[in-house]
Design a protein around this ligand. Structure first.
Ligand code: SF4
Length: 567
C-alpha cells in the first residue's frame, strides 16, 4: 500500500496515512504543490508552525526506470514568500519510495527551539528521536556521525546550520551514492530554513529488506527502460562530464555573470572551464560518478585538491558562475572551497554567490578576493552579522547596503543563465511560480514565440520534476507517459500527461495568487530592461503582454511532442 508519512514537530507525533488513489500520477513537485495548496495558508509565516515542508519522491522513484530517484522538497518559501519546489539527487528519494512512501509531510514546529530531532524510517516502521547532540553540526560532520549508527544502506536528509538559523538562503542536503557525502542539495528558495526552524535536523532512510517497486505491466516497463537507456547511451550524452564544461559556451554567449552582472563575459573564463576539472582527474584522482543509484547520466564530478584529497562534489556550472566569475574569482580551487562551505552550512550556491557578488559591488569586500569570500562564508554559523546576511541571500544584502541594482526576481537571486541575453528564459523567470530558477524552463536557443517556448518548457519541466526523472536524463512526455501507464496499468494519453505538467503550474500559480502576488509581480527588475550588457548590447525586451500569454494554455504543438526536459 502506498502511504504518506506525516510528522508533527509540535506534538512530536508520526503517523502513516493511505495515499489517495486519485493522486497516483502526482509525485515530486506536482504532489508537493497539491498538498501545499490544500493544507497550507498561503499567507502564513514561512518560518512559523503553519508552514509545511513536503519531501516527495517522483512517481517513478523506487522503480527500475533510469535516473528517476529525485526527491522534491516543497514549502512556502522563506526567500520569495511564494510556493517553491527544489529537487535533488542523492539516495533518499529512491529509498523512501521503495519503503512505500509517496510523501513525507513535516508540519508544526518544535516547542523547545533548543532541541533537535532525527526521524528514522525503515521497513520496521518510523521513529522520531530527540538528537540535540546534532544541533549546529555542519552537514559533513552530521552525516559522518549518523553513518556510524546506521547500516550502509541508510541515506540521510540533513539541515545545515544555515537552515537551523532560519537563513533564507538555506538548502536541504541529501547524501549521495557511495561515501554518503551530503553533497546534493535541494538548494533554491530557502527551503532548508523552512525545515530547519521546525527542529528536524535529519532524516535517516534505510531501505534494507525492500525491493524495487513492481510495475503492473512489468514486460512493457522493462522493455521501455531498456529502450531509453540504450538510446541515451547511443546519444550525445551532453552531461557526461558534468555541467561545469558549459563555461566556455556560456562565456561566449554572454551569459556568464561577472562582477555582479555588470558584465556577462569574464576575462579569466578559461581558468574556470570545467574541462580543467576533468583533466585534473588524471593527477588528483576524483572523477565522474552518479549521485544516486540507477542514474545512467553520471554528471556528478568528484573534486580533489592538488594533494589528492576530496574537497567537494559536484562542482556545477551555476556554482562556478555565481561564486566564481560573478565575484571575479578566477580560480577553480577557491570556488571548490566555497562550494564545500556552502554544502557544509546548507546554503544555496546560486543565492550565496549572488549575495557575495552584490556585497563586493557595494564595497563590503573586493571583487576577486577569494580568501575574504571564503573567510566570510566560514563565519555564517559563528554569529557574524554580515555573514548571516549573506546567508539570507541577495535581497537581504541589497537591503543592508541600500543597493538599487539588485540581481533578484521576486526575492530570489538570478541564476547564471542571463535573461537579458536569453529573453525567453527571462519570460520563464517572470512567469514561473518558481521565479528566477533556470530549472523551471531554460531556453538557450533563439525562438520566434517566447511565450509559447516558455510555457512548453515550463510544462515539460514541471512534469519531469514530478516524475522523479533528473532533467539531465532529458525525458520526453511520451517517455514519462509510457512508463506511468506500465507502472499502473493505465492508459494515459499524451494530452493527459501534458495536463499533469500544466496542472502543477496552475496549482503553484494559485498558491501565489492566494499569497498576494498579482500580475504586477510577473516581471524582471526595471534595470534589466535599461542596462545593456557591454559585450552584446542586450537588454530584457520581452513585452509584458508576452509574459502574460504564458498564463493562457496553448494547444499541444508538434514542438511539445518532440521536446525533452532540460535543466
Ligand atoms: S544526472 Fe547528475 S544530477 Fe542527475 S541524478 Fe545523475 S548524477 Fe545526479
Amino acid at each position: 500500500m502506498e502511504k504518506i508519512l506525516r510528522v508533527n514537530m509540535t506534538d512530536l507525533t508520526v503517523k502513516d496515512e493511505p495515499f489517495p488513489d486519485e493522486w497516483k500520477f502526482l509525485g515530486g513537485r506536482g504532489l508537493s504543490a497539491k498538498i501545499l495548496l490544500k493544507e497550507v495558508d498561503p499567507k502564513c509565516d514561512p518560518l512559523g508552525p503553519g508552514n509545511k515542508v513536503i519531501l516527495a519522491p517522483g512517481v517513478l522513484s523506487g522503480s527500475i526506470a533510469p535516473t528517476s530517484g529525485r526527491m522534491s522538497v516543497g514549502a512556502k518559501s522563506p526567500l520569495t514568500g511564494g510556493i517553491k519546489e527544489a529537487n535533488s539527487g542523492g539516495q533518499a528519494g529512491q529509498k523512501l519510495a521503495r519503503l512505500g512512501y509517496r510523501a513525507l509531510v513535516v508540519e508544526g514546529k518544535a516547542k523547545d527551539p533548543a532541541k533537535r530531532y532525527l526521524l528514522v524510517i525503515n521497513k520496521d516502521g518510523t521513529a522520531l528521536r530527540e538528537r540535540s547532540d546534532l544541533k549546529g553540526l555542519r552537514t559533513y560532520a552530521a552525516s559522518e556521525k549518523l553513518a556510524g549508527e546506521f547500516s550502509g544502506r541508510a541515506a540521510f536528509v540533513l539541515c545545515g546550520p544555515a537552515g537551523e538559523l532560519g537563513l533564507s538562503g538555506a538548502s536541504v542536503a541529501f547524501t549521495d551514492e557511495g561515501k554518503r557525502h551530503p553533497a546534493r542539495h535541494a538548494a533554491r528558495g530557502g527551503l532548508g530554513a523552512a525545515l530547519g526552524v521546525k527542529g528536524l535536523k535529519a532524516v535517516a532512510v534505510d531501505d534494507e529488506g525492500t525491493q524495487a517497486r513492481l510495475p503492473k505491466d512489468m514486460a512493457t516497463f522493462k522493455s521501455y527502460v531498456a529502450k531509453i537507456s540504450k538510446e541515451y547511451k547511443a546519444g550525445a550524452q551532453l552531461f557526461q562530464f558534468g555541467t561545469s564544461t558549459t563555461v566556455p559556451l556560456a562565456n561566449m554567449m554572454s551569459t556568464f555573470p561577472t562582477r555582479n552582472r555588470h558584465e556577462m563575459q569574464f576575462e579569466a573564463a578559461d581558468a574556470l572551464d570545467g574541462a580543467k576539472l576533468v583533466a585534473n582527474f588524471a593527477t588528483r584522482g576524483g572523477g565522474m560518478h552518479h549521485c544516486m543509484t540507477g542514474c545512467i547520466v553520471q554528471c556528478s564530478n568528484i573534486i580533489n585538491n592538488a594533494e589528492g584529497q576530496y574537497v567537494t562534489s559536484a562542482l556545477e556550472f551555476e556554482t562556478i558562475a555565481l561564486c566564481g566569475s560573478n565575484c571575479a574569482i578566477g580560480d577553480l580551487d577557491k570556488v571548490a572551497q566555497m562550494d564545500r562551505l556552502c554544502d557544509e552550512l546548507g546554503l544555496d550556491t546560486i543565492e550565496t554567490g549572488g549575495a557575495i557578488g552584490l556585497a563586493m559591488d557595494c564595497g563590503a569586500l573586493s571583487f576577486g578576493d577569494a580568501d575574504a569570500a571564503i573567510a566570510l562564508l566560514d563565519k555564517v554559523d559563528k554569529g557574524d552579522e554580515l555573514a548571516e546576511t549573506v546567508g539570507r541571500g541577495v535581497v537581504a544584502i541589497g537591503k543592508r547596503f541600500k543597493a538599487t541594482r539588485i540581481p533578484a526576481i521576486r526575492g530570489q537571486g538570478i541564476p547564471a543563465w542571463e535573461p537579458r541575453t536569453l529573453n525567453a528564459t527571462g519570460v520563464t523567470y517572470a512567469s514561473s511560480a518558481m521565479g528566477a530558477d533556470h530549472t523551471a524552463g531554460l531556453i538557450v536557443m533563439p525562438v520566434a514565440d517566447m511565450a509559447k517556448a516558455s510555457q512548453e518548457s515550463q510544462l515539460i519541466n514541471a512534469l519531469c520534476d514530478s516524475s522523479g526523472f533528473c532533467q539531465f536524463q532529458q525525458p520526453t512526455i511520451d517517455d514519462i507517459r509510457t512508463l506511468y501507464n506500465a507502472l499502473y496499468g493505465a492508459n494515459l494519453s499524451f494530452e493527459d500527461c501534458a495536463d499533469l505538467g500544466w496542472q502543477c503550474m496552475v496549482d503553484e500559480w494559485e498558491f501565489n495568487r492566494r499569497a498576494g502576488f498579482g500580475p504586477e509581480d510577473n516581471d524582471l527588475p526595471e534595470w534589466m530592461r535599461t542596462e545593456a550588457i557591454p559585450s552584446n548590447g542586450a537588454v530584457f525586451a520581452a513585452p509584458k503582454e508576452e509574459i502574460m500569454r504564458v498564463f493562457e494554455r496553448m494547444p499541444v504543438s508538434d514542438d511539445l511532442r518532440q521536446m525533452k526536459a532540460v535543466g
